[in-house]
Design a protein around this ligand. Structure first.
Ligand SMILES: *[C@@H]1O[C@H](CO)[C@@H](O)[C@H](O)[C@H]1NC(C)=O
Ligand SMILES: *[C@@H]1O[C@H](CO)[C@@H](O)[C@H](O)[C@H]1NC(C)=O
Length: 355
């Protein structure tokens, strides 16, 4: 009977992990529809709006068309990724595709996380995580508002930027980036997720120094910086957690606190006016993995107020079963509009407090 105890332990561990995994994928989650006001789809976006950055004047830059292992992509074959521009000052929102300058390989463009940095002279730099041929690079563009185009400045590759998901620029040449997995091979990544290994990290990049600044996360995903520039906010998707870290003068990060937000957080965005965090989450992620348009994954948006205080307040702002919006990844406000993006579906805006 020497085998019985190991067998029981194995089954217990396995069922525990299996249950945990189902829980993470949202198998037991119920939808309670919530709309914070009148909501409308943004015209022109059909194949994803994974990350959104809003410039101070109300122009939103949106990455679209992400091809990510195991997740669906509804675009026609060979349809490359795109960056869209949406002017939030208009009453009805419509997306315009930004032209990309010659010399950049648009056919393999697979944009993911996106971050903007405004230089002293007003030049807008756009950092975009790209996955050409399933590798990871960071592309640096200059945004030309008049021409509605992006001029490609350079491609950044580094061995420490091996599995990049999101990025936050902190100067015209440096940024923090998350590697959502240790491995870049799809099969090994699945193992990392199934066993709940916390092998993702955060890397600081500058032309003179590249280093790992935080590690030990299960699917580290969205990253943003506080309005005073003192803290980094990191979404650890597999553990429902937002981490707050202090930025040290040598760019390393010191953990400050963690908050369980009860959803799988994807991108995290800081509202420049209030400092609140806006977080997009794919509701019932398992439905995205087994994609069926008749029974799609849903969408969820939460807002976290005063995360550094003793009693942060978490509010569910938007929830939908996928009949309107599928697989939400990001949310951000500008004036009285809430913009909601998705991994592979459309994009939505809601007029806050309008109904
Ligand atoms: C960076 O700064 C932090 C906090 O001051 C310190 O703990 C850490 O040792 C420093 N790292 C290096 C490599 O100097
Ligand atoms: C989603 O909710 C709508 C009503 O809000 C309902 O009509 C529809 O059947 C639901 N769809 C699914 C797949 O549950």
């Amino acid at each position: 009977m020497g085998w019985l105890l190991p067998l029981v332990i194995f089954l217990a561990l396995f069922t525990h992990r299996f249950f945990d995994l189902c829980n993470k994928l949202g198998v037991f989650k119920e939808v309670v529809p919530i709309e914070p006001g009148d909501c409308h789809l943004i015209k022109g976006i059909e194949y994803g709006s994974e990350d959104i950055n809003i410039l101070p004047g109300g122009l939103a830059l949106i990455s679209s068309g992400l091809k990510y292992p195991l997740l669906p992509n509804l675009a026609p074959p060979d349809h490359p990724g795109q960056i869209f521009l949406v002017d939030l000052n208009n009453p009805t929102l419509r997306a315009v595709e930004l032209r990309i300058s010659r010399g950049f390989e648009v056919e393999s463009f697979n944009p993911h996380g996106l971050s903007t940095y405004i230089e002293k002279d007003g030049t807008v730099l756009v950092f975009v995580v790209n996955h050409p041929q399933h590798t990871s690079t960071v592309e640096l563009f200059k945004f030309e508002e008049e021409q509605r185009s992006l001029t490609h400045l350079k491609t950044i590759r580094h061995e420490l930027l091996n599995s990049v998901n999101d990025i936050i620029a902190v100067s015209s040449q440096s940024f923090y980036a998350t590697n959502d997995h240790y491995y870049s091979s799809t099969y090994l990544r699945i193992l990392e997720d199934c066993f709940g290994f916390q092998w993702g990290n955060v890397v600081y990049y500058s032309p003179t120094e590249v280093k790992q600044v935080a590690t030990g996360y299960g699917f580290p995903n969205g990253i943003d910086i506080s309005t005073d520039g003192k803290h980094i906010f990191l979404a650890e998707t597999s553990f429902y957690t937002i981490h707050v870290m202090e930025i040290n003068p040598n760019h390393s990060l010191t953990p400050k606190k963690s908050l369980d937000v009860g959803v799988l957080p994807d991108n995290v965005k800081v509202d420049p006016k209030t400092g609140h965090l806006w977080i997009g989450s794919c509701f019932n992620l398992w439905k995205a993995l087994l994609y069926n348009p008749e029974n799609p994954p849903g969408s969820e948006v939460i807002r976290v107020e005063s995360i550094l205080s003793k009693d942060p307040k978490v509010t569910h702002v938007y929830m939908n079963n996928g009949s309107v919006l599928q697989s939400t990844s990001v949310a951000m406000v500008y004036e009285d509009k809430l913009l909601i993006g998705t991994i592979f579906h459309k994009a939505l805006y809601c007029e806050l407090g309008s109904s």
